[in-house]
Design a protein around this ligand. Structure first.
Ligand SMILES: [Zn+2]
Length: 404
């Protein structure tokens, strides 16, 4: 009988989210989260410290990573102390932080244990972070984009789900003891492995206040703004939880490179052709920036002998700083195209009753791409709604106008 009632309950929930997504019906859990946050949550990733400018655009949330809290001697780490200082800065300025808990590789390399196997240690750290940060942040996202190898390393998908699940469970317990509504959840990239991740996390969904998704639809593809709604509704049907779009964004610069531009980049490394660089093998790889070599190490382990070829096949976009020219509704990778992207996509997502918030990727342009270490690569450098010098781009004003 109890089993039957539980089955009936889960069926009702599933059906309500199914029809809710089809007819865009109101969801009381989403409403409660929005009310608790004083409105739909808008934020930026990798924030700068221009508190007033951000708030003026309606961006009251910021999202960034929590460093592993300890050093290898087991003491509180300096980077964690600096992180808390930063959080206090936002809190004192009336802003909230969506703090992303550390990656699995930090537990392994600094803590010296596998966080999916030594579960009690993982739980202990999660509860410590919650107690230590709840007054100066506002929400946790449990780690980031498990399912992507770079972030998941060295865990399997099953281990990654355990890693997330036990942290959610432990923090939920601590929250209940405090009678706290502190928001917790996890996120995913828009990749096929995420469906499996969500299935593996089903037993832990009851601890989630939200489920997040990172969406880059219309970046190197000819999709429409309405495709954002389609993808978000699909997730909502799967997890039946308020959805927060934890990352979305668009480059203000990008597209294909000319043969001359590509030759100049090869020339920078001292080669006149790709064949020449490949023939130089290990020596060529040693000339690449450290970040590029790290990427090869994590994404193509055991393939050292082929790294030079991989640079010009799977990694050629980064090497040349070249992207596809395809964009959302053909708005183009220009500062004005980026502004138009945000106008259309934010307006689209604002219409969805299952969405509780959205966080722009990202706040400010970066000097070098963290995947390849090169300044001419737009992949991780041109997402900002602020330029590298901190001045607002057209996208900043577009975001402000669309939120307000
Ligand atoms: Zn790059």
């Amino acid at each position: 009988m109890i089993k039957f009632v539980a089955f009936l309950e889960s069926l009702i929930v599933t059906l309500s989210c199914f029809f809710g997504s089809v007819f865009n019906l109101p969801d009381k859990n989403v409403r409660a989260l929005i009310d608790n946050n004083g409105g739909l949550m808008y934020g930026v990733c990798h924030p700068n410290e221009q508190y007033d400018k951000l708030k003026d655009a309606g961006l009251n949330w910021v999202r960034f990573d929590i460093p592993y809290p300890y050093n290898s001697a087991g003491e509180i780490s300096q980077s964690y102390i600096s992180f808390k200082e930063r959080c206090r800065g936002y809190a004192e300025n009336g802003m909230k932080v969506m703090a992303v808990t550390p990656y699995p590789k930090d537990y392994v390399s600094i803590g010296g244990f596998n966080p999916a196997q030594e579960i009690e240690k993982t739980k202990e750290i999660a509860v410590f972070l919650y107690n230590d940060l709840r007054d100066i942040t506002g929400a946790f996202q449990i780690t980031n984009e498990m399912g992507l190898l770079t972030f998941m390393y060295p865990l399997t998908l099953e281990e990654a789900a355990t890693f997330i699940g036990v942290q959610l469970e432990a923090i939920d317990g601590a929250k209940k003891a405090n009678g706290d509504s502190f928001m917790i959840g996890y996120n995913q990239a828009n990749v096929s492995a995420s469906k499996d991740l969500n299935n593996l996390l089903k037993p832990y969904l009851k601890y989630c206040d939200y489920v997040g998704i990172d969406l880059y639809i219309g970046v190197q593809s000819n999709d429409k703004a309405s495709d954002y709604s389609k993808r978000i509704k699909k997730l909502y049907r799967q997890v039946c939880k308020p959805v927060i779009v934890t990352e979305f964004g668009f480059w203000s610069e990008g597209g294909s490179k000319t043969e001359e531009e590509k030759k100049a980049i090869l020339g920078y490394y001292g080669y006149s052709s790709e064949e020449e660089a490949i023939a130089d093998g290990e020596k060529f790889i040693s000339k690449l920036p450290r970040q590029f070599r790290n990427t090869l190490f994590y994404e193509f382990p055991g393939q050292e002998d082929h790294w030079a070829e991989i640079v010009f096949s799977k990694c050629s976009g980064h090497f040349y700083g070249q992207t596809s020219d395809k964009t959302l509704e053909n708005v183009g990778f220009t500062p004005e195209g980026q502004a138009e992207f945000f106008r259309r996509v934010i307006a689209e997502m604002q219409k969805l009753n299952c969405v509780a918030g959205m966080i722009i990727y990202c706040c400010q342009d970066m000097e070098i791409c963290w995947t390849c270490g090169q300044s001419w690569c737009p992949y991780e450098t041109k997402w900002g709604i602020f330029n590298l010098d901190g001045t607002p781009k057209p996208a900043y004003y577009a975001v402000k106008e669309t939120i307000r």
